[in-house]
Design a protein around this ligand. Structure first.
Ligand code: SAM
Length: 372
């Protein structure tokens, strides 16, 4: 007998909209452990640290070759934060409530001596004395070489971006003719080095790789990897985003559920971006990051630090707040802490909820510049 596929929306409660909360007065007192909360009551939980704006891939939806060709002016080295500066800022964010640090980029593994930074970040403790959850998002191309030293330096786990298992599709999407086998080998290296659990991110773009959804789900399930499907987002301005190119999370889940029945799982913590599901036989977990069709601004607790030291409070924020300038001008930790707390305390962004024709035209940074 055919299984009835239940639409996602009827299986999950509606998300809490930011707008359901009362807008607080700027500068109101702080949240848990003295950390700031923004004007919608959201604390800082994650810091995403972009260590470079460079990447060795030219994924068509992120850094299209036509725009990011040989002549593109990436940041000069002196404008990129040093490891000392990153560590100092990370400590300040952890002091303000961040419990999770994610190293990203660009491609973080192209930054020389990254393990030295990992070693520094791994020593950070929360005000309650807990180690931070330290992780990294990578395209996996250099993991075979670097996974052992990253693990030895204190990295706990990795997320690897992989958009298809089909070599032709994968090479088309990374647009530098990089073979899928090398990423799979990188994932194997991460596993051998004890970087676990390993998550795999797959951006699904209509007409490019939706045929890879179910094969990826089958593979990740059999390998015991946590797969996250990401709806193609309108980050930046260079990828020519159109709503028609988005494959909604509900469609992705329905395709998987038709072959491998799914049960909903609760979030690991409030503010987790992925909607989590488990195969009904308990074999593995799968998730969707539905920032277009089911925005999660209401629980967004992520701060982003760009490679040149700007603080963004939203992936779609039009401008960051410079922290490198004050750092290099001799600001004390207390000064920087106060500056970050003030920016966060004044935060009202909820772009994905407001996504509409009017906001599509506002300037936005590119994903590679401030980290995914
Ligand atoms: N180079 C690293 C990597 O490949 O994971 C880290 C940076 S990359 C910008 C971080 C994540 O953002 C990747 O999983 C990538 O697929 C995702 N991403 C980039 N552009 C996107 C877009 N327009 N919509 C959805 N996800 C996107």
């Amino acid at each position: 007998m055919d299984r009835i596929v239940v639409p996602l929306e009827s299986l999950r409660p509606a998300r809490t909209s930011v707008a359901n909360g009362l807008l607080r007065t700027a500068g109101q007192p702080s949240g848990i452990d003295g950390g700031p909360i923004d004007r919608f009551g959201r604390p800082i939980h994650d810091l995403r640290i972009s260590v470079t704006d460079r990447c060795n891939f030219r994924c068509v939806y992120c850094m299209p070759k036509e725009v990011f060709g040989r002549d593109f002016a990436f940041l000069p080295r002196d404008l990129v934060l040093s490891f000392e500066e990153i560590e100092r800022l990370a400590r300040i964010f952890v002091d303000l409530g961040a419990e999770k640090l994610r190293i990203t980029g660009g491609e973080p593994l192209v930054r020389r001596d990254l393990a030295v930074l990992v070693e520094r970040l791994a020593t950070i403790r929360t005000p309650a004395g807990r180690p931070v959850d330290l992780t990294l998002t990578t395209n996996g191309s250099a993991l075979r070489r670097l996974a052992p030293e990253l693990a030895a330096a204190g990295l706990r786990r990795v997320t690897v971006s992989l958009d298809s298992l089909d070599d032709v599709t994968f090479r088309t999407m990374n647009d530098v003719d990089f073979p899928v086998d090398r990423v799979l080998d990188g994932i194997a290296a991460a596993r051998e080095s004890g970087l676990a659990p390993i998550k795999v991110n797959m951006v699904v773009r209509r007409g490019l790789n939706e045929a890879s959804v179910v094969p990826m789900a089958r593979w990740a399930r059999s390998e015991g990897l946590i797969l996250r499907f990401i709806e193609y987002m309108d980050v930046g301005h260079t990828n020519g985003w159109r709503l028609d190119d988005v494959v909604p999370a509900a469609e992705i889940l329905a395709a998987i559920d038709a072959e491998m029945p799914l049960d909903a799982l609760p979030p690991n913590y409030p503010g987790e971006v992925a909607d989590r599901w488990r195969y009904a036989d308990g074999s593995a977990e799968v998730g969707v990051i539905a920032s277009v069709t089911r925005p999660f601004c209401g629980t967004c607790t992520r701060a982003r630090l760009s490679a040149d030291g700007r603080l963004y409070t939203c992936l779609f924020g039009s401008e960051g707040h410079d922290l490198r300038g004050p750092l290099r001008a001799g600001a004390s930790d207390e000064d920087v802490r106060a500056a970050v707390a003030a920016v966060w305390g004044d935060r009202v962004d909820r772009y994905s909820e407001l996504r509409a024709a009017a906001t599509i035209a506002t300037p936005r940074p590119e994903m590679f510049a401030l980290g995914g």
